[in-house]
Design a protein around this ligand. Structure first.
Ligand SMILES: C[S@@+](CC[C@H](N)C(=O)[O-])C[C@H]1O[C@@H](n2cnc3c(N)ncnc32)[C@H](O)[C@@H]1O
Length: 419
């Protein structure tokens, strides 16, 4: 391992995430294009894994720098070196002597702080405000278990029955050295236990026969209960993972109006739906603002998979932790969410509202506020086998949450509103 090169890639990746508020994969690819990331695919995979861990431990590293350093200001390189130092110690690997000297020079108290991180938010590496919010709605022990679970990724893969049948896909996965478990209640969903080759590299993935989709995201569409010949509005549709599941569950027989505000994401969606074998004659892609869009008729059901803080998707992309340095994001998102949901209620007697957020601001509180403004729709329990809402809210038993430490998935909020 060339320490200087690894430090440069990690530090630059972090810098790009901070500047552009983008995910780790995009930031890493950008850095690799500009600076190079090793000659072989293996080098690159290894560096990417390190980058994910580095970004995920951002708040732990800041805490150590603040308490163990000489200077109050940190540089990205100081953080990257500290990360490597800590990682090599934890893995019991040989310590590069230049790395050790440099870290111990910049951070003389590093040994003392490393063995003595008292604050749970710093230990688990989350913004303090987020930890404080979560312990307002669940006991501290449970909050720690949940945030800890979110530091590990569980990979779920949906078998796309529009492209392949389940048995054939399972056979192919085994042939590719993928060890999996089929989800009890959803025969087309598997949890990947081990895989020799990254999923993205196998043919089944490239030709759209399997799709990486979290269990919580699949359950959101199951909560919608799509049926053949239904007209369904998808108010935040791109890049189309849930639209394509609607079409899978109805054997390409639903009719979907898929709305999104991002032209770029809609273009990506069009290509993706084609790869996934979705009948494009039955899906209309509409560029529009779902907070205000006017539609000529009512639908049978609507999905509002609203834009959100993504606080429940930290395991998939730890860059979310860094973007959430700004504690005003959930409030800002909740205003958009309420307006989208209110507009969706105008056009459907049945609406499934979801966010990939563990924060009540984007879940229970949105629903409580919307119910105050709309008297016709009522909360109806979604028929999915996962946890319920936060008990601090009176509606807790009528809404659903996927809790990462219990439901083995990302953290989603899901609610069904019906007339
Ligand atoms: C959580 S993502 C949707 C993911 C999608 N349902 C899927 O499963 O692939 C949220 C989407 O909402 C879109 N969006 C944000 N604000 C919007 C608005 N006011 N109107 C319509 N779409 C919006 C974003 O462009 C983004 O694609």
């Amino acid at each position: 391992m060339n320490v200087d090169r690894v430090v440069a890639v990690l530090a630059n990746t972090l810098y790009v995430i901070e500047r552009k508020s983008i995910g780790v994969r995009r930031a890493f690819s950008y850095v690799c294009r500009v600076h190079g990331c090793g000659k072989t695919l293996l080098d690159r995979e290894f560096l990417f894994e390190l980058a994910l861990r580095f970004v995920s431990s951002y708040y732990t590293l800041l805490y150590i720098v603040e308490r163990g350093g000489r200077v109050k200001r940190y540089s990205h390189k100081v953080l990257a070196r500290l990360f490597l130092y800590k990682w090599l110690l934890e893995e019991g690997e040989r310590m590069d002597s230049r790395l050790r000297k440099s870290v111990e020079r910049d951070l003389p108290g590093v040994g003392r702080v490393l063995t003595n991180i008292e604050e749970p938010w710093a230990m688990l590496s989350y913004p303090k405000w987020l930890f404080d919010k979560v312990i307002n709605v669940m006991p501290v022990d449970e909050a720690i278990a949940m945030l800890n679970a979110m530091n590990r990724r569980v990979v779920w893969v949906r078998i796309n029955t529009l492209r392949i049948d389940v048995d054939k896909a399972l056979h192919e996965l085994e042939r590719n050295g993928i060890v999996y478990e089929v989800e009890k209640s959803i025969p087309f969903l598997i949890r990947v236990i081990r895989s020799k080759t990254p999923i993205r590299r196998i043919d089944l993935f490239k030709n759209g026969s399997i799709i990486v989709q979290d269990k919580a995201s699949v359950l959101t569409v199951i909560a919608l209960r799509p049926e053949p010949n239904m007209l369904i509005y998808d108010f935040a549709a791109a890049p189309g993972i849930k639209t394509s599941l609607i079409m899978q569950l109805t054997e390409n027989r639903a009719r979907v109006i898929a709305i999104d505000m991002s032209r770029k994401r809609l273009e990506a969606m069009k290509l993706l739906l084609q790869v996934y074998g979705v009948d494009m004659n039955r899906v209309d892609l509409v560029l529009g603002d779902s907070r205000t869009i006017s539609l000529s008729r009512c639908s049978d059901a609507a999905l509002v998979d609203a834009p959100c803080s993504s606080s429940g998707a930290v395991s998939k992309d730890p860059a979310v932790k860094i973007i959430l340095r700004d504690s005003r994001i959930p409030k800002r998102m909740s205003e958009i969410q309420k307006r989208m949901l209110m507009n969706a209620l105008r056009y459907s007697d049945r609406v499934t509202y979801a966010t990939c957020s563990i924060l009540p601001d984007e879940g229970e509180e949105v629903i409580e506020d919307v119910l105050k403004m709309s008297v016709e729709h009522k909360l109806m329990d979604a028929p999915i086998p996962v946890s319920r809402g936060y008990k601090a809210y009176s509606i807790w038993s009528k809404v659903r949450r996927t809790l990462p430490h219990i439901d083995n998935s990302e953290g989603f909020f899901i609610a069904n509103l019906e007339k």
